[in-house]
Design a protein around this ligand. Structure first.
Ligand code: FMN
Length: 342
C-alpha cells in the first residue's frame, strides 16, 4: 500500500498518520511497538506505573522493534499531568527515564500545570542534539486549551479529544466534527499539528478527519481489541458484545477504584454496567467499592471497569495491532479514492 503523506508522517517519519493512544492499564511496550511496526506510531502509558515495570515495558518495545540501547526508540510515552503534579510522585522519575532512554515523543494530558512539564522537556531539548529531541504531544478538549498549548507551551502536536473518546476526557468537550475545525481556525501556519481523537473505529473515519484538515488521528478503544493490549479476554469480549449505546461518561469507576485527583471537568467514557447504575442511583460508595473489588477479583464484567469510546459498536473482532493499523490505512486510502471520484 502506498503511504499517506501528512505533516505528521513527515514529522515522525512514519508510513500512515495513525497513532495508538497512551492508555493507562492497557498500552504497554508490546502494543506501542506493534502499532509502530504497522506503520503508525504507538504510545506506552506511564499511567500509575512503577519505575521497574515501566522500564521493562520500554525494554520490551526496544526488543520488538529491534532498536539498540541508546538509539532512538520510535514510540512515545503518555503522562497524566495530575500524576506528575502529585507530591513525591514516581511519575517524575518515569519522565526522566523517558528522557534518558531516547524515546521519540512524550504526550501530556489532564493536568492543572502542564506548562511546567512542557518547559522541562523544552529545556532538555535545547541541551541535546536533534537526534535526541523529544516531540511534545499535548491532548486537550477545547479551543481555549488548544490556544494555550500552542502559544504558551509550544506543543509540536495538539491532540483534539472529542466527547466521543474512550477513557478519561473532558465532560465539556465538543464532538470531534466541530472541535477539529474550531481548533484549526485558530491554528497559525506554520504552527502545531492538529490530530483528532475520540470515537474513531474505521478507515473511513480516518479519511473524514484527514479531509477536515487533521494531520492525523489517534485511536484508543480500537487497539484495546488487540492481543497486545493489557486488557483481559473478559474485557475484550465485553467490548465486542457492546453496541453503539453501550458507552457512557461517568465518574463511577474513579470513585469505585479511588483514582481521584483529576482536574475539574474530567470524567471518563466506559461501558455502562451495574457499578454505573449504583453510582447514578446514589448507592453508598463503600458498598459500590466492595462489590467492584469483588468483581475485579472474579473477572466479572457486570461490575468491572471497561473503558470504551462511542465507536465501540463498530468494533467486532480481535486483531493484532499491526493488522489494525494496516487495515485502517487501506480503508482510509479506499475512502479517499472514492471521495475523489464523486
Ligand atoms: C483504556 C483507556 C485508557 C486511557 N488512558 C489514557 C491515559 O493514560 N492518558 C491519556 O492522555 N489518555 C488516555 N486515554 C484517552 C486516549 O488518549 C484517547 O483520547 C481515546 O482513547 C480516544 O478515543 P477512543 O478510545 O474512542 O479511540 C485512555 C483511553 C482508553 C480507552
Amino acid at each position: 500500500m502506498p503511504p499517506i503523506h501528512t505533516k505528521l508522517t513527515e514529522l515522525l517519519g512514519i508510513h500512515t498518520p495513525i497513532v495508538g493512544a497512551p492508555m493507562a492499564g492497557a498500552s504497554g511496550g508490546a502494543l506501542a511497538a506493534q502499532t509502530t511496526l504497522g506503520g503508525g506510531f504507538g504510545f506506552i502509558a506511564a499511567g500509575y506505573d512503577t519505575p521497574e515495570n515501566f522500564r521493562s515495558q520500554i525494554h520490551l518495545a526496544r526488543s520488538l522493534l529491534n532498536i539498540d540501547e541508546g538509539s532512538r526508540l520510535p514510540i512515545g510515552v503518555g503522562f497524566l499531568g495530575w500524576q506528575l503534579e502529585k507530591q513525591n510522585s514516581s511519575a517524575q522519575e518515569l519522565l526522566n527515564i523517558v528522557l534518558n532512554e531516547n524515546i521519540q515523543a512524550v504526550w501530556l494530558a489532564f493536568g492543572s500545570d502542564l506548562g511546567r512539564w512542557t518547559k522541562y522537556i523544552h529545556t532538555y531539548n535545547e541541551q541535546v542534539g536533534q537526534d535526541h529531541r523529544v516531540t511534545i504531544f499535548v491532548q486537550i478538549s477545547s479551543v481555549d486549551e488548544a490556544v494555550v498549548a500552542m502559544n504558551e507551551w509550544q506543543a509540536d502536536v495538539i491532540v483534539a479529544q472529542g466527547i466521543e473518546a474512550g477513557g478519561h476526557g473532558a465532560s465539556y468537550a465538543l464532538p470531534l466534527l466541530t472541535l477539529v475545525p474550531s481548533i484549526l481556525s485558530v491554528t497559525p501556519i506554520p504552527g502545531p499539528l492538529i490530530l483528532a481523537a475520540g470515537g474513531l473505529a474505521t478507515g473511513a473515519h480516518v479519511a473524514s478527519l484527514l479531509t477536515l484538515g487533521a494531520a492525523g488521528v489517534v485511536l484508543g478503544t480500537r487497539f484495546l481489541l488487540s492481543p497486545e493490549s493489557l486488557y483481559t479476554d473478559t474485557q475484550r469480549r465485553a467490548l465486542i458484545a457492546a453496541n453503539s449505546e453501550s458507552s457512557v461518561r461517568t465518574m463511577a469507576f474513579d470513585y469505585a477504584r479511588k483514582t481521584l485527583g483529576w482536574p475539574r471537568g474530567i470524567d471518563g467514557r466506559a461501558l455502562k454496567n451495574a457499578t454505573v447504575d449504583d453510582y447514578e442511583n446514589g448507592v453508598d460508595i463503600e458498598i459500590i467499592r466492595s462489590k467492584f473489588t469483588e468483581a475485579v477479583q472474579n473477572d466479572d464484567p457486570s461490575r468491572m471497569l471497561i473503558w470504551a469510546g462511542s465507536g465501540v459498536g463498530l468494533m467486532h473482532r480481535i486483531q493484532p495491532a499491526k493488522e489494525i493499523v494496516q487495515e485502517l490505512h487501506e480503508q482510509c486510502v479506499a475512502s479517499l479514492q472514492t471521495s475523489r471520484a464523486l
